[in-house]
Design a binder for this molecule. Sequence first.
Ligand SMILES: [Zn+2]
Length: 262
Amino acid sequence: MKAISGFRYKDLGPDGGPFDQFENPKVVIHTTQGSSISGAESAFRNYPPHAIYDPRNRARVQYVSLDRHSYALRNSEAEDDFVIQFEIVGFAESTHKWPDEYYRNFAADVIVPMEQALAVPRRHMRFYGADEGIVLASRHSPVRLSNAAWRAYSGWLGHQHSPNPDEHWDPGRFLMDKAFSFVPGKTPKKEDPIMFLVRERDKPEVWIGDYVQRRWVATQAEVKHLEARFGATSIIDPGTAIVFGEETAESKARRTGTGGPL
Ligand SMILES: [Zn+2]
């Protein structure tokens, strides 16, 4: 039993078995869509996550050892990558409205022990909310990672990022930067912007940055490059250098933000 420091262990239900690899540790955040640990336990008894945490009263329970995978995602391929699943008591609709205290508690009780136990890097995917013009609760949500990008990612992400055919959107616009700001010790480096390929319109587009700061119609070379590397609908891992073949002054200008908006 590989325990999370500060968590009480409870044998609630099955674990999924051994991981098929121990590279790229990542933590997936879920919200329970309810307001108590006991209510959540009866809902997920047959497929418990690794642990549950209540940021209001700091209650914490672990169900699955950190060296076994759990079952709370739809996509079994995504599940046995090295991913630790946390259910957080609360609603995806309102995580961005939480008082600072909840995020301070989450930092002390979840981030710190997970960094200590598995060296999960202090970086995260952008978490999206319901009112940002993107259909998140769909297997075709553009914020989902491909299986390959999921496997390659290491850090903190949400159920909303898990690969097709998953269609959940929890934990909403979880304020991970705020949570990180409460972790004592060194400040994390500023994330590179996330870049992704979107195919929802008549022409494929490249989107970049938090809140989609910039976007443009993808060139054939960009589409080819992104698909070859990350799959048909992709988010490019923050920190990954993107060079579309021979980078031209024009593509560099777009990528670095001096290019024109779409
Ligand atoms: Zn979930």
